[in-house]
Design a protein. Structure first.
Length: 466
């Protein structure tokens, strides 16, 4: 019995001398928690617990300072707890799918896109008739980028993406199925393949806990055709043609009220060069002397955002005034509008995005009509007018976008996107138009889809650009 008692005392001394690092750090965390809330008795209890077990540990210096602050009734300071490992940094360092140790992303998508437009066009004797078209095709896109790279209060991201669309229509499908062995008539043709190269980058610099400035820039080059194709019915090799060149830059100034609310003011410098139809080329700024007022030289907007992580809800509302200058002066106009955007995770792994927008386009030049300014499907309402009429063009429109994404795994996502944009001219029926698109796709991404989506889709609405 005496021998067993000595053995028990021996093991008890070993256990008393042993330092459990996890229990010790937990005690220090509790001490910091109560110290920062100025609960002196509770803080002292856990400081004593920590210092008795690890008086020479890495946090002992701060623990003694906290203890001295309480004992001498000094002014409290903000104590720092245990540094926790960043799971995102560990992912880039240890994941087999990671390319480098620094933050980066890559993704790939494949899908099927259906587009349709309905509008009106002129016929003989000024009669306006309904027109429209529809197309569908296979879409693929992939991209890679690095960021957000953080240095002090500044962070930035750069990236590249490639987008490609094999589009066709009913006429081409009918022509092919009349002679399916003639692969020269295959409806998805390389010589009509549309693709774009997109380069993007953004940065953000914070000043204090609330104020920040930043900017987002993008270059987009769209082409059609392929050197690998031959034109239908010939042996002539295909070529690649430039469709459009697009540049965008959006400087921002923001203020964060708290963890839930922030506001942001932005300017929009957007330039679109249409290489097929130059008169459609436009830009959202003009520094010439013809435009004196600030609102005519610049395009700008104001946005407010709300985040609620508890309910997995993000929402924003914005108002903007964009001034567009075209190569064709008759198309110059100012767009006034607003938009509401809502993200919500309805159930685990199912994310829904909703965009609602409205706008009014006020054109700078009046349109001269041979009769009057009211048109319908039969032409001018008053065909007997003698003098020409000056018609003020003012279009209104709305935009609806509904996206649903389901994350099968962390890196695999199935998506559905529905968009409709309706433009209406109260007096001039010719400018009425409705565009609709439906897109199904499946994608793969690293590190996972949501941050990649946030980084690559800075322009979440289609009302920013024309």
């Amino acid at each position: 019995m005496r021998k067993k008692t000595k053995l028990m005392k021996y093991y008890f001394r070993l256990a008393t001398a042993h330092v459990d690092p996890f229990a010790t750090l937990a005690g220090f965390e509790l001490a910091v928690y109560w110290f920062n809330r100025k609960k002196e008795l509770k803080a002292m209890k856990w400081l004593d617990y920590y210092l008795k077990r690890d008086s020479r540990g890495i946090h002992s210096k701060q623990a003694f300072r906290m203890q001295k602050t309480i004992q001498q009734n000094k002014k409290f300071f903000i104590a720092k707890g245990v540094d926790r490992p960043n799971p995102e940094k560990l992912r880039f360092k240890h994941s087999k799918l990671s390319i480098v140790d620094q933050p980066h992303y890559y993704y790939a998508n494949i899908g099927h896109l259906y587009t349709q437009f309905d509008g009106f066009g002129p016929k003989d004797n000024g009669v306006i008739v309904a027109t429209g078209d529809a197309s569908f095709g296979i879409t693929t896109d992939f991209g890679i980028g690095f960021g957000p790279i953080k240095s002090g209060n500044t962070e930035g991201t750069i990236g590249y993406s490639y987008q490609q669309a094999f589009e066709t229509n009913i006429d081409r499908l009918t022509e092919y199925f009349d002679d399916p062995l003639d692969f020269g008539l295959f409806p998805y043709r390389l010589d009509l393949m549309l693709r774009s190269h997109r380069f993007m980058g953004d940065f953000k610099a914070s000043f204090g806990n609330n104020f920040y400035v930043g900017g987002y820039g993008e270059l987009n080059f769209t082409q059609i055709g392929s050197h690998l194709a031959t034109y239908v019915g010939t042996d002539i090799k295909g070529d690649v043609f430039s469709v459009s060149d697009e540049t965008s830059f959006r400087p921002v100034v923001g203020y964060i009220f708290n963890s839930e609310f922030e506001t942001e003011f932005h300017l929009l410098f957007h330039k679109f060069i249409d290489n097929e139809t130059p008169e459609f080329s436009n830009q959202s700024y003009n520094f010439s002397d013809d435009f004196i007022d600030f609102q005519d030289k610049f395009s700008f907007g104001l946005k407010g955002s709300y985040k609620n992580p508890k309910y997995k809800l993000n929402a924003s509302a914005q108002f903007f005034r964009y001034s567009y200058t075209y190569n064709d002066l008759w198309r110059d106009h100012v767009r006034l509008g607003g938009q509401i955007h809502v993200d919500h995770e309805l159930i685990p792994n199912l994310l829904v995005h909703l965009n609602l927008g409205f706008y009014t386009d006020i054109y700078r030049l009046e349109i001269t009509s041979q009769n009057d300014c009211v048109f319908n499907e039969e032409g001018s309402k008053n065909a007997t007018a003698v003098e020409d009429a000056s018609c003020i063009r003012e279009d209104t429109g709305f935009y609806v976008g509904l996206n649903a994404f389901y994350d099968v795994t962390e890196g695999t996502r199935i998506g559905f996107e529905f968009k409709v944009n309706n433009n209406a001219s109260e007096a001039i029926k010719l400018f009425d138009r409705q565009d609709l698109s439906i897109h199904f796709h499946i994608g793969w991404a690293f590190p996972h889809h949501q941050p990649v989506y946030d980084l690559t889709d800075k322009f979440i609405d289609d009302l920013y650009v024309r």
